[in-house]
Write a protein that binds this ligand. Structure first.
Ligand SMILES: Cc1cc2nc3c(=O)[nH]c(=O)nc-3n(C[C@H](O)[C@H](O)[C@H](O)COP(=O)(O)O)c2cc1C
Length: 403
């Protein structure tokens, strides 16, 4: 990545502070960063911090005589391999969608002939507003790649989608874009023309109309993998149990509740070149689902009988002529991780197992993961890192295997 350069446009939002961490990640990977700031962004982070981390001058004035003499705004707009807008404010998105060019950031976005990646960040109502929806649709139709936003508590005290993707996730999207050579799944993308199936999230096995058996899976790792595969150009179907997550851009999501529904939806998504089974599928379900709520009574607590759920990973691994070329399972283990994962690889008939130690604090439901990838040849231990980074690395390994 040492010869790659990014023009980073920082917009005026609370999330601008995360742009500093993004610059650090990019520089650590050897990627050159040339920063552009809007006037509003300077209220949130200082040009000095941005410049120091980027090890380059900050451009912020369209009408600067010195800047224009050194590097004209048109030259600036083409001086990098990729333009990244983080945070992409509602205002910047509107300007770019409308083709406005009233300041340096918007002028550069209009004048560039390079691919553009935006990481939107705004209040949940701003994100949901029909004007922003329209602008987003226009930008995507114009070929702008979107990463995030995520869902969660916001600096403004509200909750919902609009939170900027984490720096690690934006970093992975940038690496994928720079490596892929094309951003919109064009012919140059490593997974262009490939179909991917990803399962994610928990399943819910109902007992009666108000009760169910489920687990603590958040779906974050599976969603990150679906997003990473889509960024490399794959046509992705994400079969998801109930989660609080928004569908990643460019991914077709099929929502299910039970293991049986998940198996049916996954089978219906075949043929696929790769299947990644990340979902935490309940091993068992109650053998009877009561049509009315069970009541406490003199006879004491009811006895639950469980029956085994279908094994989705094993079914996909043995799906005959429909079998994806690469079937990958996740194994959440709490002890003897490698031994259990090897046994699972053999038992299920899949090609790789990605094992994670869920006894580690912060893995189940958290943003980080530490995994070991096991295939027929051996085991690779990957360092603990954000789920987005694990997803990006896995997507690149998949692209290499399918090449
Ligand atoms: C405290 C504060 C936080 C803000 N956060 C955001 C934000 O996260 N996203 C956004 O789109 N606008 C946000 N705004 C509004 C933008 O700063 C405003 O629309 C500005 O004109 C954007 O300019 P720019 O797009 O040129 O950077 C915020 C404003 C304030 C005062």
């Amino acid at each position: 990545m040492n010869d790659k350069r990014v023009l980073l446009i920082v917009g005026g939002g609370i999330a601008a502070y995360k742009a500093l961490e993004l610059v650090r990640l990019l520089r650590k990977a050897g990627i050159g960063v040339r920063p552009v700031m809007t006037a509003a962004a300077a209220h949130f982070v200082t040009p000095l911090s941005l410049s120091a981390l980027a090890e380059d001058k900050v451009y912020d004035d369209l009408f600067s005589l010195t800047d224009e003499a050194e590097m004209g705004h048109i030259e600036l707009s083409r001086s990098a391999d990729l333009l990244v807008v983080a945070p992409a404010t509602a205002d910047l998105m509107a300007k770019a969608a409308g083709g406005l060019a009233g300041d340096l950031a918007s002028t550069v976005l209009l004048a560039t002939d390079k691919p553009v990646l935006m990481a939107p960040a705004m209040n949940v109502r701003m994100w949901a507003h029909p004007a922003t929806r329209r602008n987003l649709a226009t930008l995507m139709a114009d070929g702008v790649q979107i990463v995030g936003p995520g869902e969660g508590p916001m600096a403004c005290g509200e909750f919902g989608p609009g939170r900027m993707a984490e720096p690690a996730e934006i970093f992975e999207a940038i690496v994928a874009a720079l490596e892929g050579g094309a951003l919109e799944g064009g012919a140059g993308s490593p997974l262009a023309g490939r179909r991917a199936l990803v399962t994610a999230g928990p399943t819910e096995e109902p007992l009666d109309p108000v009760r169910m058996l489920t687990n603590r899976s958040s779906g974050k790792q599976g969603y990150a993998i679906a997003a990473a595969l889509a960024r490399l150009g794959a046509e992705v179907t994400l079969v998801s149990g109930p989660t609080a997550l928004a569908a990643p851009a460019g991914v077709r999501r099929v929502e299910v509740r039970t293991a049986v529904e998940m198996l049916n939806a996954a089978t219906a998504a075949l043929p696929a070149d790769v299947a990644v089974c990340v979902a935490a599928v309940a091993d068992w379900r109650p053998d009877a689902v009561f049509g009315v709520k069970l009541k406490k009574g003199k006879e004491g607590p009811p006895t639950l009988r469980l029956v085994e759920n279908p094994d989705i990973l094993a079914s996909l691994s043995r799906s005959g002529p429909q079998r994806p070329r690469l079937v990958i399972g996740f194994a959440a283990e709490t002890n003897d991780v490698e031994a259990h994962a090897r046994a699972k690889l053999a038992r299920k008939g899949c090609d790789w197992i990605v094992a994670n130690d869920v006894s580690e604090a912060g893995v189940m439901g958290g943003d980080d993961n530490a995994v070991m990838v096991i295939d027929g040849k051996g085991a690779e231990r990957w360092p603990r890192g954000p789920k987005a980074a694990v997803a990006g690395r896995l997507a690149r390994r998949i692209a290499e295997a399918l090449a």
